[in-house]
Structure formats: C-alpha cells, structure tokens
Design a binder for this molecule. Structure first.
Ligand SMILES: [Zn+2]
Length: 173
C-alpha cells in the first residue's frame, strides 16, 4: 500500500467515534514501516492490549476499522489455528478472535462482526514470508505469493463488507 500519515489514519476510521479515532495509539514506527510489503496497515494498540486496528484502501478510499479482542477466546497453546484473512496457520495463541462494531445504526445497537485473525495483524508479512509463525510446520500451499496476497485482499474485503453493512437486523440482504 502507499505510505499514509497520522492524520489520514485517524480520519479513516468508520466504526468508532471521532474522539476515539483522535486518541487511539498509532504504530510507534510509522515512518519506518515497509509499506511496499503491506496490503493493509494492521496493528495492536501499544497501550491497550485488547484493541487492534486495520486500515485498508477500499475503492480508492482509506477505511479504518477498530477491533476488540474478544474476551476469553485465546485458544490453547496446544491447538493450531488458521487466520481467516491470510490463511496462515499458527500455534494456538497466534490467532485471535477480533470483533468489530458495525457502522451506523447496527453498530449503535451493539451489532458486531467477528473474525479470527493473526493476533499481531501482520497478515501481509506472513503471506510474503517476511514474518514466520511460531508454528513449525507450514501447510504445503500450492499458491504463489501473489495468489496468497490476492486471497488475503478478498478475505479482508469480505470482512469489511460485513462491518460496513449499515442495516439493522439479520444482516441478510
Ligand atoms: Zn493473518
């Protein structure tokens, strides 16, 4: 993705209040990130361990989503788990259930969408092999890196679709 700055990031958030977007903690080393390796900017709040954020370009606009770590859903160390965005297998605690408030009226009524994702939100780096999981054995994937990048984008898009769906009720269209 193209490098983005603090103001752009703060203005991109769609599912939290403006005040929250102003106050949330950005990644510490924004200027040192390898943006060319990122499909989206994802980070865990350095000051609030139950919070994470994703900022991604969608239809030419930046969309920021605040995420909460669902309570009590960290999986055991003995099990493996797979990120539903980048499909990277991790040892149990490398994948976490994140929930996002939906936008608009649905969100105000407490409607959330959940997804299992890499706990450090570094999916872009895992698909490129720039970051290794603690999970020794990788699945033999026949996809190329480009195909995995494309699949990650599709999966993240699907999650965003649900967060951005501003209709109250079942969520069915
Ligand atoms: Zn992932």
């Amino acid at each position: 993705m193209n490098p983005i700055g603090e103001n752009e990031i703060r203005e991109s958030f769609v599912n939290c209040s403006k005040g929250e977007a102003r106050r949330l903690n950005l990644p510490r080393d924004l200027s040192e990130l390898h943006w060319e390796d990122l499909d989206f900017l994802g980070w865990c709040d350095p000051g609030a361990p139950d919070r994470g954020y994703v900022v991604v370009e969608r239809n030419g606009e930046l969309v920021g989503i605040t995420l909460r770590l669902a309570q009590g859903t960290r999986r055991s160390f003995t099990k493996s788990a797979i990120c539903s965005v980048c499909v990277t297998p991790h040892a149990g605690n490398g994948v976490t259930l994140f929930t996002a408030s939906r936008v608009g009226a649905a969100g105000r009524q407490g409607n959330t969408v959940g997804t299992y994702m890499c706990a450090d939100l570094a999916c872009s780096l895992y698909v490129r092999g720039k970051k290794q999981t603690g999970y020794g054995m990788r699945f033999e994937e026949t996809l190329t890196v480009e195909e995995r990048i494309a699949r990650t984008a599709v999966n993240l898009e699907g999650f965003l679709d649900k967060v951005l769906e501003d209709n109250v009720g079942s969520g069915a269209r």
